[in-house]
Design a protein around this ligand. Structure first.
Ligand code: ZN
Ligand code: ZN
Length: 121
């Protein structure tokens, strides 16, 4: 094999790899939102007397945001107030708890499962 052929081969392999990376990146970008929330986005009502757990879809959320740009969160379907926070479903008891209680790295501090170690809200 002469040098020219080797260089050409390297260039085409490099171009192929580059195109592959670009395609994967593009697909990841498009799918990220729906992949993160295949079952919708969990919310929790923080009113002590309500504490409703509900799930909303990305479509519902962007729809609501369009109509109510001043609202930062979704209204509670049970009490109708907007005292709701993004929540995380507990892997153990399946209850929702505020996302702010979730530890980085996947570990979670569910107040239902670990009432003593959970920080006060
Ligand atoms: Zn509520
Ligand atoms: Zn739990």
């Amino acid at each position: 094999m002469n040098t020219r052929k080797v260089i050409l081969l390297c260039v085409s392999v490099g171009a192929l790899a580059g195109a592959g990376v670009l395609t994967v990146r593009h697909l990841t970008l498009v799918n990220r939102e729906s992949q993160d929330f295949p079952d919708g986005i969990p919310f929790l009502c923080t009113r002590p007397e309500c504490q409703a757990e509900f799930v909303t879809t990305l479509d519902e959320m962007s729809d609501y945001r369009m109509k109510h740009p001043e609202e930062l969160t979704m209204p509670c379907p049970k009490c109708g107030k907007s005292d709701t926070v993004r929540a995380v479903p507990c892997q153990k008891c399946k209850h929702f708890f505020p996302r702010s209680l979730a530890r980085r790295g996947g570990d979670v501090l569910c107040p239902q499962c670990t009432p003593t170690s959970a920080p006060a809200l």
